[in-house]
Design a binder for this molecule. Structure first.
Ligand code: BV8
Ligand code: ZN
Length: 287
């Protein structure tokens, strides 16, 4: 177990006893789970939405206005994520989900690190930047195919990587993105977009229903590394609270659901989660 302060060790114990009584658990994760892998968060210190405007980069209107800029933005984020590895928090969650099929992970993250940590059936509410989808017919396209199409249509961009720099700004060579050709759907010629849910788009109903079913049969909910500022994540806490299910959070700083939490551990996810899940087997109901 990584070092956690004594007060935190005490709240980890309280979270552990809350979990000990739970037969089924749903864990909702956010950017804080990936922070220790080096993936930028959104609203905390150095957060992406503190440096960039989501309205310019992550809404349908932004994409309609300048698809090249949005492609560049997700290309940069993909290059940052591809240089990151899952951390101990992802590993702890993957082992808990592997050992207990009644331990379900629902994530707001689009970095794919839960999958890379071995958690195959994670529910990715907001999509995954490694995937690409057609805006018109919804047809999925493999990253590799799209990369080939991007480079064929944009020889000047071949192999372009936008290394992340400490101030979070992507310094790309001064290439004229105005000449950038956005790839078209191989089925209907529609516009291809990174397979993420833009602000203002709805989270796919099938994902919401799947997550809601898991929450309905759960006895407790964990919130891990999320400010819960985005309603599509926060509403699960409202549902859990209304159904009388206790919610424990591991999060540094305030969350939108602080008033709904049974308890909160203000420690980094990697250390606190390792401690929390190592005893999941002690549960009376553990198989
Ligand atoms: C919806 C993919 C119904 C994209 C994301 C029209 C335009 C604009 C907005 C709206 C709009 N219509 C409706 C909205 C509302 C909007 C919303 O809720 N806005 C909020 C901000 C007020 N919601 C939506 O648009 C959603 N759809 O409501 O559908 C609808 C449909 C049409 C019309 C009306 C309604 C869709 C939301 C999905 C948006 N896409 N991601 C991309 O990533 O590029 S969500 C976005 O926030 C992020 O991408 C991220 O996935 C998500 C959640 O953020 P967090 O994960 O919580 O991250 P954050 O940085 O905030 O917090 C991290 C926490 O961890 C911090 O507290 C930090 O202190 C802590 N921490 C850091 N390190 C650690 C740590 N804790 C522990 N350990 C550590 N080591
Ligand atoms: Zn299409």
């Amino acid at each position: 177990m990584g070092e956690t302060s004594s007060a935190a060790a005490d709240s980890v114990d309280r979270a552990r006893s809350l979990l000990r009584r739970a037969r089924r658990v749903v864990a909702l994760t956010g950017a804080g789970v990936s922070a220790e892998s080096g993936v930028p968060t959104f609203r905390g210190q150095g957060g992406l939405w503190r440096q960039y405007r989501a309205e310019d980069l992550a809404t349908p209107a932004a994409f309609a206005h300048d698809p090249r800029l949005v492609w560049e933005w997700y290309g940069w984020r993909r290059s940052v994520v591809s240089g990151c590895a899952p951390n101990a928090a992802h590993a702890a969650l993957a082992s808990a989900a592997a050992a207990h099929d009644d331990f379900r992970i629902v994530t707001q993250n689009v970095d794919g690190l839960h999958i890379r940590a071995g958690n195959a059936d994670v529910i990715e509410l907001h999509g995954n930047i490694a995937r690409v989808r057609c805006m018109a017919c919804g047809a999925p396209h493999s990253r590799a195919l799209v990369q080939r199409m991007l480079e064929a249509a944009n020889p000047a961009f071949a192999g372009l990587t936008a290394p992340a720099v400490p101030d979070g700004d992507a310094h790309v060579e001064d290439i004229d993105f105005g000449a950038f050709h956005v790839p078209a759907c191989t089925h209907c010629g529609g516009l291809l977009k990174p397979d993420v849910v833009f602000f203002g788009e709805s989270v796919p109903r099938t994902l919401v229903a799947d997550a809601a079913r898991s929450l309905e049969s759960a006895d407790a909910m964990l919130v891990l590394g999320s400010s819960l500022m985005v309603y599509s994540g926060y509403r699960f806490c409202e549902w859990a609270h209304r159904a009388g299910k206790p919610i424990a959070a591991i999060n540094m700083g305030r969350t939108r659901a602080d008033h709904l939490l049974a308890l909160k551990v203000e420690e980094p996810c990697a250390a606190a989660l390792g401690a929390l899940v190592e005893r999941l087997d002690d549960r009376e109901f553990a198989r």
